[in-house]
Design a binder for this molecule. Structure first.
Ligand code: SF4
Length: 366
């Protein structure tokens, strides 16, 4: 077994039935991009996100109709509904009254200390959490002057300032996020915050962009912090369908072996030794693994000579050659078959392997 990441211990905050921080699993969240007031479209997207494994869903609440619509989603959603509020504290009050389990605010645009304290009172009464979202774009003027730019120190100073506002009225059901316009400043700000405060951290890279650029930026930003044990809930922001964000979040958590969402597929990049159509074979194996929960490693390699050895850590794998291929377990070849029969033969071996490891795991494999 390899090294495990030592996670920074934070306090536990309840968001509906879900716990964030402490020893709770790092929660995956995303955000709908339909109009929240459009109930049919938002219901459909919420269901897509929930089915994809999203554990908290945030919805924009730009107006009263959206705040009202939350009631509908809260009723059927098995995961907590989070209201995203800007500028108007009254919308936050309405979202809370309509069942939001958490509200995300930007404290810089919600109308000052008086409104923040009124929000704390309301959230406390309804047992709702607040995410304080510190953004480089809305850093207070005095901090910009003091630090001369949006620095990690300035972002953390701002976060601690708001933490103290809430603690002054004994409200501690808080989650923080610190986001800058660059990945590195975001990383440094989150690091510094985690040394300064023990409130749970929501991590993400803001406006990361479309895939693949957004995936890379998010994997670097979120992945670096997670590898240092920092982060209690993550959102991968992509200019794409939000289900893609959930898939990416799972991949980041799985790549760091923090959580497992099913088999891990390993495939070689191919090189001049490869004599098979490895892309097609890999996507066929990927389809085959869908729906399985066991945290096994499955390899798809491009040549017989090096494949089994290079993928020695795989529980089961396949190496394709021009005329024949091999099936292997932990680097040891267990079967050699003609290339045209390789995939079917692998299917049978995988089925037998899964049955042996966990007979309950068999779902729809034929
Ligand atoms: S497994 Fe074979 S084809 Fe794939 S990268 Fe290694 S040597 Fe090249």
């Amino acid at each position: 077994m390899g090294e495990r990441i030592a996670r920074r211990l934070t306090r536990t905050v309840k968001v509906g039935k879900l716990s964030i921080g402490g020893k709770s699993p790092i929660a995956i969240q995303s955000m709908t991009n339909t109009k929240t007031s459009d109930i049919p479209s938002t219901t459909a997207q919420l269901n897509e996100l929930i089915n994809a494994g999203c554990e908290m869903v945030r919805l924009a609440v730009p107006d009263r109709e959206s705040a009202k619509a939350l009631e509908v989603y809260v009723k059927f959603s098995p995961v907590p509904i989070i209201a995203d509020i800007h500028f108007d504290v009254d919308l936050a009050f309405r979202a809370i009254e309509n069942g939001a389990a958490k509200v995300r605010i930007n404290p810089g645009n919600i109308g000052g200390r008086k409104n923040l304290l009124a929000l704390a009172e309301k959230a406390d009464k309804y047992n709702v959490a607040i995410r304080v979202g510190i953004n480089s774009g809305s850093l207070e003027k005095d901090l910009l002057e003091k630090y001369g730019a949006v620095t990690p120190e300035a972002l953390v100073y701002s976060a601690i300032r708001y933490q103290e506002y809430f603690e002054d009225v004994s409200f501690g059901n808080l989650v923080f996020s610190l986001k800058a316009s660059t990945v590195y400043t975001t990383i440094c700000a989150c690091r510094l915050f985690s040394e300064t405060s023990d409130y749970p951290l929501h991590i993400g890279v803001t406006e990361a962009g479309p895939p693949a650029r957004g995936l890379i930026k998010s994997a670097i930003g979120i992945g670096t912090l997670l590898a240092e044990g920092i982060g209690d809930t993550i959102r991968v922001s992509l200019t794409a369908h939000p289900v893609e964000e959930v898939k990416a979040a799972k991949s980041i958590l799985q790549a760091l072996e923090i959580r497992s969402f099913g088999p891990e597929l390993i495939s070689c990049p191919t090189c001049g030794r490869c004599e098979a159509d490895l892309q097609t074979l890999t996507s066929e194996v990927e389809k085959l693994l869908k729906g399985y929960q066991l945290p096994i490693k499955v390899a798809v390699m491009g040549c017989i000579v090096n494949g089994p050895g290079e993928a020695r850590e795989a529980d089961i794998g396949i190496s394709a050659g021009k005329k024949q291929g091999v099936i292997f377990c932990k680097g040891r070849v267990i079967k050699t078959v003609k290339t045209e029969l390789l995939f079917d033969s692998f299917k049978q071996e995988l089925k037998a392997f899964l049955e042996m490891v966990d007979p309950e795991s068999q779902r729809g494999m034929n």
